[in-house]
Write a protein that binds this ligand. Structure first.
Ligand code: TYD
Length: 210
């Protein structure tokens, strides 16, 4: 059996990741490609428990503690769900992964990329996606969508200021431009169908081998 493919979706709040993951899963289903959808932080019982702590607005983690907790959640997720599914030949579609830690804690949080990558080496043996789709949307539209979705109740990290989210966005773009073989930057403009077509186009090389 061939190893499955590991596809991650990244981007700021309100970029449309979950909608696009669902549309991709439907497309894989139609092609008979075994797959699963998962998310970070979360995806396993242990990581979901850490997610509740990480997003709790009553707690005040600093960037280091935050990065350690995200790395711990990821380690559990990788060991208990992602690696076994890939070994089983499944495509794993993940809503956020390592690059979120690099953009949020490493970039906007000021921890630096090297530290985040070191934690990832320790926690998850450095597992990298086969392809990372970065959904990009102009800040105004993204903030509007996130506000409608969260209806005034955004989580601890979503509630950080516009400057923080601008830094996240810039860092994602830098990461994508530094690793063009793994990342594809996808414009989130237009209808869901327009964006989905861009996603399918980006994955053509991998789909051709499936
Ligand atoms: P979630 O509700 O999943 O966000 P979204 O719907 O915008 O994807 O909440 C996850 C939050 O955690 C989001 O604000 C991004 C943040 N995050 C990090 O700061 N570092 C990470 O490594 C991950 C995976 C998420």
């Amino acid at each position: 059996m061939t190893r499955g493919r590991f596809i991650t979706f990244e981007g700021g709040e309100g970029a449309g990741k979950s909608t696009q993951i669902r549309l991709l899963a439907d497309a894989l289903q139609r092609r008979g490609i075994p797959h699963l959808i998962t998310r970070e932080p979360g995806g396993t019982a242990g990581a979901e428990a850490l997610r509740a702590l990480l997003l709790d607005s009553n707690l005040n983690w600093d960037a280091r503690a935050e990065a350690l907790l995200f790395a711990a959640a990821r380690a559990d997720h990788v060991a208990n769900l992602i690696r076994p599914a890939l070994a089983d030949g499944k495509w794993v579609l993940c809503d956020r992964f390592l690059d979120s830690s690099r953009a949020y804690q490493g970039g906007a949080g000021g921890l630096g990329d090297e530290q985040v990558m070191t934690l990832h080496d320790i926690g998850s043996d450095g597992l990298l996606p086969d392809c990372t789709l970065l959904l990009e949307l102009d800040p105004g539209t993204a903030a509007q969508r996130a506000a409608v979705r969260d209806a005034g109740a955004s989580d601890r990290i979503g509630a950080k200021g516009a400057d923080y989210h601008a830094m996240v966005r810039d860092r994602f773009r830098e990461l994508a431009d530094k690793e063009p073989r793994r990342f594809v930057r996808i414009s989130g403009d237009g209808s869901e169908g327009d964006v989905h077509a861009r996603v399918m186009h980006a994955l053509e090389p991998l789909l051709a081998l499936a």
